[in-house]
Design a binder for this molecule. Structure first.
Ligand code: EPU
Length: 419
């Protein structure tokens, strides 16, 4: 296990290339299970979660190869196993994304229930009731969801109580091969879902409603492999913008899509960070003081919960009081206690955190508790006076490609050492 050591107080200057989005790559990799053949994915980030889902696909009978960096070829000719084991699912909840494609292709899937995690209970009841509507029979046994369908899944109408990202993705993949029409209402609209829809359409699926909260899928009998490029990671982009906001300086983020961060970029401007947007790049700079803003997380296009911890670190060094409401996950404030160890003034009341900005944080030994919490500790460490040591960095490696290397190149004093 590695730890990260940061000597804070240095402004960031330079250019960072944003990687492919983890949360787009995961469903697109799962979608290769839908039909036999050789699927080619470009701009795949090199991350622990990507290695985990590839291992999962290999246990199902697929083979994965990386002919050159960031290109992943998956051959799913021999997919014949339908069980996603607890051993793999417990390390990555997104493993549940194989449920829809396996059921659609093999008529059978046995997937371990993920259980709770550091940010909340995170049930998968929407995935399960959705698949039942498509005609699957589901049984819960020994901690596993055992799903089977007699002939083919059948199109149906369903509506999410609240928009679920991976729930929408599972339903989409399952409905592509179902008999007849499926309508999914109140679905999630995240850009990663658009990426999946583009891939599925490239594979021969018939889907309309992309980018809206109602998707209509006309099931087809067969799909064929496609070549698809993963979109850039909007959360990684936002993390570096928050970082330069906290340290001061100027960063040019290239290979990103500014249109995927509407609410976040608005907030950053209100905070006092100058944001210049080009087609595939963003220049973010901060020289003056930071102003506190209030934040409420919401499904896309609202303020992403995956950027809540990072903006909290920024608010900890802003002028004024910030109220941060987390509406997506009930327990996503694990970073608060660690930020407090660095001197941050934060009070939590239920799903709300109240941050009183301070001139400076001070370096401390802190512990990463989940992926985005780790990113917030890095931002706090970059802005703090003195040395910050972040342990359990494996959380960071799940979702940020070469974060320490990228930050070092733009002037941060950040190094990695074995713990
Ligand atoms: N929910 C249910 N039942 C379900 C599914 C979801 O009650 O069956 C609830 C959740 O508990 C939550 C809300 O619905 O309160 C929304 O959760 P959603 O299903 O959208 O989350 P997810 O699909 O499990 C994805 C991302 C998360 C991100 C959330 C919200 C992937 C692989 N994961 O999770 O990413 O926070 O959407 O945007 O796409 C991360 O990258 O750090 C991360 C946690």
């Amino acid at each position: 296990m590695d730890k990260i050591i940061i000597e804070g107080g240095r402004p960031l200057h330079g250019t960072i290339a944003v990687s492919g989005a983890k949360n787009a790559a995961l469903p697109l990799i799962a979608a290769t299970l839908l039909c036999p053949g050789e699927h080619i994915l470009h701009n795949v980030p090199e991350l622990r979660d990507i290695r985990t889902i590839c291992t999962l696909l290999e246990t199902l009978g697929a083979s994965c190869s990386i002919p050159k960096p960031h290109t992943l070829i998956i051959n799913s000719d021999n997919v014949n196993n339908y069980e996603a084991s607890y051993e793999l699912v417990k390390t990555m909840r997104a493993s549940v994304l194989v449920l829809g494609p396996l059921l659609a292709r093999l008529g059978r899937a046995r997937v371990s229930l993920p259980g709770g995690c550091a940010i909340g209970a995170r049930p998968i009841n929407f995935h399960m009731t959705g698949l039942q509507k498509l005609g699957a029979v589901l049984e819960l046994e020994g901690g596993y969801v055992d799903a089977f369908v007699k002939d083919r899944l059948t199109g149906a109408q369903l509506s999410f109580d609240i928009p679920s990202v991976t729930g929408t993705e599972n339903m989409l993949m399952a409905a592509c091969l179902a008999k007849g029409e499926t309508i999914i209402r109140n679905c999630a609209k995240e850009p990663e879902i658009g990426n999946l829809i583009d891939m599925l359409i490239g594979m021969g699926a018939k889907i309309s409603g992309r980018g809206t909260d109602t998707l209509v899928i006309q099931g087809v009998k067969d799909l064929h492999p496609a070549e698809t490029t993963i979109i850039s990671d909007r959360i990684e982009t936002g993390t570096y913008i928050a970082a330069v906001g906290a340290t001061g300086g100027e960063l040019t983020l290239v290979d990103c899509n500014p249109n995927h961060l509407p609410a976040f970029l608005d907030k950053m401007r209100n905070v006092g960070i100058s944001i210049e947007v080009k087609e595939n790049s963003i220049i973010a700079a901060r020289s003056g003081p930071l102003r506190s803003v209030d934040v409420k997380t919401n499904p896309y296009p609202g303020f992403a919960t995956d950027l809540q911890a990072q903006i909290m670190a920024l608010m900890a060094v802003s002028q004024g009081l910030s109220v941060i409401d987390e509406t997506i996950f009930e327990n996503r404030f694990m970073h608060v206690a660690e930020l407090q160890r660095m001197g941050a003034d934060i009070r939590v009341e239920g799903g709300r955190a109240i941050v009183a900005g301070k001139d400076r944080l001070t370096g401390a030994q802190v512990m990463a508790t989940d992926l985005r919490a780790s990113a917030s500790l890095v931002i706090a460490g970059l802005a703090a006076e003195g040395e910050t040591t972040i342990s359990r960095v494996y959380h960071l490696d799940r979702g940020y490609e070469n974060l320490d290397v990228k930050l070092r190149r733009v002037g941060a004093s950040i190094r990695r050492e074995p713990e």
